[in-house]
Design a protein around this ligand. Structure first.
Ligand SMILES: Cc1cc2nc3c(=O)[nH]c(=O)nc-3n(C[C@H](O)[C@H](O)[C@H](O)COP(=O)(O)OP(=O)(O)OC[C@H]3O[C@@H](n4cnc5c(N)ncnc54)[C@H](O)[C@@H]3O)c2cc1C
Length: 309
């Protein structure tokens, strides 16, 4: 027998837990299903400085607080990976392997996003052997070493500053001739003595035996190519080049936008009755904790109105 809820929320990040808080406070029997650590992506970053009312908090703590807040109001969390989403007249059935199926009359998809690869040769082969997408998780392996940070956006700048406290030198590799980050963080970055920036540059290939030894850089203006050599184990590459929405479980039910995210209306409704989407999984311009939380609140309210009909 499947456990049946009014609302099942798939994903325990900022969007999922905010949806949980709003759903349970509307009197809906609510569950969040999370495959990993509560908090989602934000739990992988060191400091969050732009969430209103909490000026300086570690990402892990903020993620933990989301779960604790939701649990204190009665939101259950089932820790399991959802492997399939089915639909019947009663609503949605989520397969979770050993935890058994979980049913909900409405479903809020809040599966978030995963890091986007930039696509240089060797990127996937050296993942975990010099290539990383999480400074908080892997930064400590590069104490007093050299790290390259690929990307010119907000996350790349923030993570470069974080890594500058660990690594001997941080070299940012920025494809264009300028950052895409807010001025405040760029000004802060420019004050850090062990961060250097290479604009108009891309990494095209990495090679090595076990770890990275040779990195090929291309000057995007002149197309000139340079190979730099390092002793294996002394260099890391951290990639922060945006994210890809995680939509595979529901792509048969919803429409996707040009960025791969789920298209919704302003009430977070997809075209499929009873199916709502919230957070980074949506097609949207600004993927942040505050916008994910906002989506979650709206999605839960919409689910409530849908169930009352
Ligand atoms: C390095 C980095 C730094 C950042 N810094 C900031 C910052 O300073 N400020 C800010 O506002 N934002 C920041 N962000 C962005 C912010 O983390 C995201 O916008 C926000 O976390 C999105 O929340 P979400 O709930 O939509 O998705 P996510 O946080 O991605 O959560 C989705 C959850 O769904 C779960 N899930 C997915 N598939 C399944 C499945 N099949 N079964 C079960 N569970 C599943 C995942 O495990 C995950 O926990 C940063 C992001 C990164 C990567």
């Amino acid at each position: 027998m499947a456990d049946t809820y009014d609302v099942v929320i798939l994903g325990g990040g900022a969007a999922g837990y905010t949806a949980g808080i709003y759903a349970v406070r509307s009197g809906l029997h609510t569950v969040v299903i999370e495959q990993g650590m509560p908090g989602g992506q934000i739990a992988t970053t060191d400091m969050v400085d732009n969430y209103p009312g909490i000026p300086h908090i570690s990402g892990a703590e903020l993620g933990q607080r989301f779960e604790e807040h939701a649990a204190s109001l009665g939101v259950e969390t089932v820790y399991a990976m959802v492997t399939a989403v089915g639909h019947s007249e009663q609503g949605f059935i989520l397969e979770t392997g050993p935890s058994g199926p979980i049913e909900g009359r409405a479903l809020i998809v809040a599966t978030g996003a995963v890091p986007r690869e930039v696509g240089f040769e060797g990127e996937r082969a050296f993942r975990g052997r010099g290539v990383s997408y999480c400074a908080t998780c892997d930064g400590m392996f590069y104490r007093d070493k050299t790290v390259f940070v690929v990307g010119g956006g907000n996350a790349a700048c923030e993570e470069a500053i974080y890594l500058s406290h660990i690594a001997r030198e941080v070299i940012m590799v920025v494809r264009r001739d300028e950052f895409r980050a807010p001025k405040g963080i760029v000004d802060e970055l420019n004050e850090v003595p062990n961060i250097k920036v290479r604009f108009n540059t891309s990494i095209t290939e990495i090679r090595g035996e076990r770890f990275i030894a040779d990195i090929t850089f291309r000057d995007n203006v002149t197309n000139e190519v340079v190979v730099e050599h390092f002793d294996e184990g002394t260099v890391g590459i951290f990639v922060f080049a945006g994210t890809l929405p995680v939509t595979d479980l529901v792509s048969g039910y919803v429409e996707l936008g040009p960025d791969g995210g789920i298209l919704t209306d302003e009430n977070m409704a997809t075209g499929f009755p009873g199916l709502f989407a919230a957070g980074d999984v949506r097609s949207k311009r600004l993927r942040q904790v505050i916008t994910a939380a906002s989506d979650g609140a709206i999605a839960a309210t919409s689910a409530y109105h849908y169930l009352r009909q």
